[in-house]
Design a protein around this ligand. Structure first.
Ligand code: SF4
Ligand code: SF4
Length: 472
């Protein structure tokens, strides 16, 4: 039975409730009166339930779909302005005991090179990332209690935060590791992680068990209830995601929103971020073997509907997507993207040799970070390396309050200007410096609050004199 407040996976992600929702959405997909009501509700910017949002996702009325896309764009602008936060993934180890059929790190794969970075190697990688200009990382490891125990992850986080190199620093480490115990989540919290990210992959239990035939990840309930344990362990920023292509996207969409509703109902705070990866080619993985692949238009509709349903939740898209698709979804709701990414264990400091490729998936957008930044600015965005909230203690419920009241913009916008200025001073190519200088001038004028504008201008001068690490 569906119970949003239950702590049992099968009750807060009830299969029956999803089927009823999909049936209801299918029956009402051309019910213009109801769709109008939902759009009006969405305009209040307080979000939608999984049932309401599922109707918008199913809607086939061209005119209404146009309104849905316009509303998503407007909500994106209202909550996030034009800033886009940058990050990079860092793979520590690809040893894994699980059998996930869509990932080349599955343990039956005997030919992919298995690598685990030493602390010295991590240092080199992080320095290379700092030299690109990154300030925010997402750590990734396979699940392997022997090769990648929690102590290894904690030691690596300590190493990363401890590296001081020129003007560079990693100021926020997000962590994407396998579902674990409350005790281990406490340890991650104490290590100072930003967001704990764990993709559900699929909310459909039967498919989940088939796609994860072996290893601890086979346990659907343990995996699905991980965010509750993370929050019990004191981590209040968690990141959800599904791997689109594994199951029917409408099913995943409803499940994802039910998960968000559950976290809000039980812990008082919804997900900090939602990621929207699509299945990609990798070593021994052929995406055409999965028959639920979605086209670009459907992908954009999903992003728009998530944006409308949970306006206060950041949305992430990675370099799995092409430049063209990234451009489309940036308009519709994405607030964070990766750039200059390597999806292999190592590869930032020195490129991997061809016969040693340890990538988890093929990167589609493989432009260097500087090129991505220049492109973002040219198409009207303000790239940001901001990590201020976590460092100012604006996390969990406190963060959501500021976010829901839209006050966060008063921090995000000047912080984007400040951190972009740092990037331009320390890492940018000549071309990016020129584009950036013009943009910063304009953006400074766009700060509405006089005091904040003056303070930001003052900080920009201090940055030119060599000072670093300011924030609102
Ligand atoms: S998805 Fe994660 S758990 Fe599954 S095989 Fe890949 S690294 Fe291991
Ligand atoms: S101020 Fe907070 S929400 Fe805004 S970009 Fe910085 S860290 Fe993110």
């Amino acid at each position: 039975m569906y119970n949003v407040k239950s702590l049992k996976a099968e009750e807060f992600i009830s299969h029956e409730e999803i089927l009823t929702t999909l049936d209801y959405a299918e029956k009402n997909k051309n019910n213009v009166e109801l769709i109008n009501e939902i759009i009006e509700k969405a305009k209040l910017r307080k979000g939608l339930s999984h049932r309401e949002a599922s109707i918008l996702l199913a809607c086939e009325n061209e005119e209404k779909n146009k309104e849905i896309f316009e509303l998503a764009e407007q909500i994106k602008k209202d909550f996030y302005g034009n800033r886009i936060v940058m990050f990079a993934p860092l793979y520590l180890s690809n040893y894994c005991v699980n059998g996930c059929v869509y990932c080349p790190y599955h343990h039956q794969n005997k030919h992919i090179p298995r690598k685990k970075m030493t602390q010295e190697e991590i240092k080199k990688e992080v320095i290379a990332l700092q030299d690109m200009g990154h300030k925010r990382l997402a750590l990734e490891t396979g699940e392997d209690p022997v090769n990648n125990p929690i102590e290894y992850v904690l030691e690596s986080i300590k190493t990363i935060y401890g590296i001081k190199h020129k003007n560079g620093a990693i100021r926020r480490v997000n962590v994407n590791i396998a579902a674990t115990t409350v005790e281990n989540y406490k340890k991650l919290k104490d290590a100072g992680i930003g967001t704990y990210i764990l993709f559900q992959e699929t909310y459909h239990k039967e498919s989940y068990e088939r796609l994860h035939p072996t290893g601890p990840k086979h346990n659907y309930a343990y995996h699905t209830e991980a965010m509750d344990r993370a929050m019990d362990g004191g981590i209040d920023d968690v990141g959800l995601g599904v791997l689109f292509g594994l199951e029917r996207y409408k099913y995943e969409f409803a499940g994802l929103l039910m998960h968000a509703e559950h976290l809000e109902a039980v812990h008082g705070v919804g997900p900090h971020t939602i990621s929207v990866p699509r299945i990609r080619h990798a070593d021994d993985i052929d995406p055409s073997a999965f028959d639920n692949g979605i086209d670009d238009d459907t992908f954009c509709k999903i992003v728009a509907c998530i944006r409308i349903a949970v306006p206060y939740t950041g949305m992430i898209v990675s370099t799995r997507e092409s430049k063209e698709v990234r451009k489309r979804v940036l308009h519709l709701g994405i607030s964070q993207i990766s750039g200059g990414s390597k999806t292999s264990v190592g590869g930032y400091a020195e490129p991997e040799k061809e016969d040693e490729d340890s990538s988890q998936f093929d990167v589609i957008d493989n432009r260097p970070l500087d090129e991505v930044l220049n492109w973002l600015m040219e198409i009207g965005y303000l790239p940001s390396f901001c990590t201020a909230c976590y460092r100012e203690g604006r996390t969990g419920e406190r963060f959501m309050e500021i976010c829901k009241s839209k006050q966060i913009q008063n921090c995000c916008h000047p912080n984007a200007i400040i951190t972009l200025k740092e990037y331009l001073e320390d890492y940018a190519s000549e071309k990016t410096k020129q584009t950036g200088a013009k943009l910063l001038k304009e953006e400074l004028k766009n700060i509405e609050n006089d005091k904040v504008r003056e303070k930001t201008a003052e900080i920009l001068t201090q940055i030119e004199k060599g000072e670093r690490d300011f924030r609102f």
